[in-house]
Design a protein around this ligand. Structure first.
Ligand code: ATP
Ligand code: MG
Length: 267
């Protein structure tokens, strides 16, 4: 999160207001460095999606505005640029909802994402290599894909934009834990192979902190703490409220009972 020449994205004191009256996020600041996997975690309504919408330029569709602060991507200010312009600058978003066109096949979904280009076929091959399940379902309607396959397809569509920065909104939503773990592992592999930088939004804090280098926690439209994943995993409040674990060093009743039992048996 250092602000140096490796900074790809710099968000400073960002404020977003919906419908001219309702402030969703305020004073949100963070930096994402080149090659980093940065996770933004927080409960429902904390402002995670709003932050990604602001970066990708999709606020206007929801009658929202950036009312303060700025977003700088590779030295260029993004505030109020149109989504297609931001995409062409190298940012692709996998949105929270409506990720794929349900009435088109997998192959067609990839085809409509970006117009034909020389690299397109190569990227498409890469997507099918990372997600062989998509290849198997190449000619199936996206509406009949499983939740995990839809997430894979949505990630594939974003990759076709040849992004430098990939924004992912809740790719784990509704998926079984093992599928989440596989999907996130593939993402990390992709990030390294394709030189991507990833900003990931997740309610599943455990899954996010497992793969992220750096993370920030949002509550009520603000970032309340941030740090390396290791630092957050050791943070008492993060452990208690986001990971459902006990505070570090604290023992539960079951631990103490277990300890007494083992003393009686072995001691
Ligand atoms: N289209 C909208 N119109 C008005 N208010 C909105 C709109 N979208 C979001 N909000 C409000 O903005 C705040 C932040 O919402 P946001 O969707 O960014 O949260 P989130 O962290 O992504 O939550 P979740 O984990 O449930 O997806 C909430 O108070 C929400 O009610
Ligand atoms: Mg959201």
């Amino acid at each position: 999160m250092e602000n140096d020449d490796r900074t790809v994205l710099k968000v400073s004191k960002l404020e977003v207001v919906y419908h001219h009256v309702s402030t969703a996020i305020q004073g949100v600041s963070f930096n994402v460095s080149d090659g980093e996997l940065f996770a933004l975690i927080g409960a429902n309504g904390a402002g995670k999606t709003t932050t990604l919408r602001a970066i990708s330029g999709f606020l206007r569709a929801d009658n929202a505005d950036i009312t303060d602060g700025e977003i700088i991507f590779l030295g260029q200010k993004l505030n109020r640029l149109a989504p297609h312009k931001i995409t062409s600058m190298g940012i692709a978003l996998v949105p929270e909802r409506n990720k794929v066109f349900e009435t088109l096949t997998t192959d067609e979904n990839l085809a409509v994402s970006v117009s034909q280009s020389r690299e397109r076929k190569q990227i498409e091959r890469t997507i099918y290599e990372y997600f062989p399940r998509l290849k198997t379902h190449k000619n199936h309607l996206a509406g009949f894909l499983s939740g995990g396959e839809r997430q894979m397809l949505a990630i594939g569509q974003a990759l076709l934009c040849a992004p430098r920065l990939l924004l992912l909104d809740e790719v784990s939503m509704g998926l079984a834990p093992l599928i989440v773990s596989d999907l996130l592992k593939t993402l990390v592999q992709m990030k390294d192979d394709l030189d991507l930088t990833i900003l990931l939004v997740e309610q599943n804090a455990a899954a996010a902190l497992d793969i992220a280098n750096y993370a920030a926690v949002m509550e009520n439209g603000r970032i309340v703490f941030d740090g390396t994943s290791q630092k957050l995993l050791a943070h008492d409040d993060v452990r208690e409220f986001y990971l459902g674990l006990r505070k570090t060093g604290e023992q539960s009743y079951t631990d103490i009972k277990q300890y007494k039992r083992s003393r009686r048996w072995w001691g």
